[in-house]
Design a protein around this ligand. Sequence first.
Ligand code: R1P
Ligand code: URA
Length: 351
Amino acid sequence: MSAEIKKVYLSHDFESANFPLDEEGRTYHVSTRPGEVANRVITVGDHYRAFQIAQYFDNVSIKDLNIKDGGPYKITKSNVFIYMSKRKFLTITGTYKGVPVSVVAICMGMPMMDFFLREVRYVVKGPMAIVRFGSCGTVKDIETGSVAVATGSFMISRNYDYFTGNDRENETSPYLITDSCSADSELQELLYKNLKRECDSAKIKVVKGLNGSADSFYSSQGRYDTNFVDSNEELINDIKKKHPDCLTLEMETYGLFHMAKCCTSTYNKEQNKAKRSKSSKNNEIKAGATTMIFANRVDNTFIASEKIPVLQERMTKGILDALIELDLGDDDDLQPLEGSVWESMIKNSQN
Ligand code: R1P
Ligand code: URA
């Protein structure tokens, strides 16, 4: 093992098998600690999108973000904080129009969304607003390069037992399609309003509708792959039968919306169990999602790459504006300024 690899793997000991934290209070995978992640977060799949978004943070330039190192690394500057974890979760925190914001790149799929949500929720005090900014395919005939705002999301999973034969006698279907979970209504409206404002002038279409998150880019989104038995010829029709207003397919939004409903304070409030709850903390997550339509599954076309930078730029401004416009209540109930990575950013901007 090279000295560098040893340094990465042997540098920390973790306490507790249940929720491991290192001696600095960093979580096991995302590797952030209190004061490094803001109450308002954009989550994306890829690192390039995260760096592109961070260019819009106050006083941050491309030079601050031009990092050649593959990580893990931590960069703390007076205008921006950047942490690339060993597991490639990338957190960038700064301010936008004077409000603390973070962007976290999580790579792909539901397990990554789960790691991100649980670990970030753990290190942030008070209510949070989280917006997923991703790419997707559409099952309606909407041109690629358009923008979708999710009103809600459902899950499509491969029914594993169907394929191994264990469940076939029960005549189950090869895919399981859940009911939908809604986005936060206020955040959804703010996203739509701000994205429309940014996109209309660039002649980019913005549409609203239901999203389906799949556990595969391929089988559970109805793509054909002759190397595997997927039994998915009827899947897109089945999805449309259960959810006629389904607009987009991607891989993480359901995880975000579902877990937002399962934050203890939200869940207990909805179940009218507030009095029985052990904890009175407000760990609410207001969740929203918007995606760039990369794939049109009706005419089988894929976005031209030159359209992506303009699309991302317009969307970034709309999303950041929506995120800071959302009311998260009293500042005293949020992650404190003192000791946070944005303390110097706010204080410098006031001088
Ligand atoms: C698949 O190509 C990936 O793209 C979409 C899907 O949800 C999946 O993660 O989102 P991102 O562009 O955010 O990664
Ligand atoms: N991401 C997805 O998950 N599906 C698509 O079709 C395009 C992007």
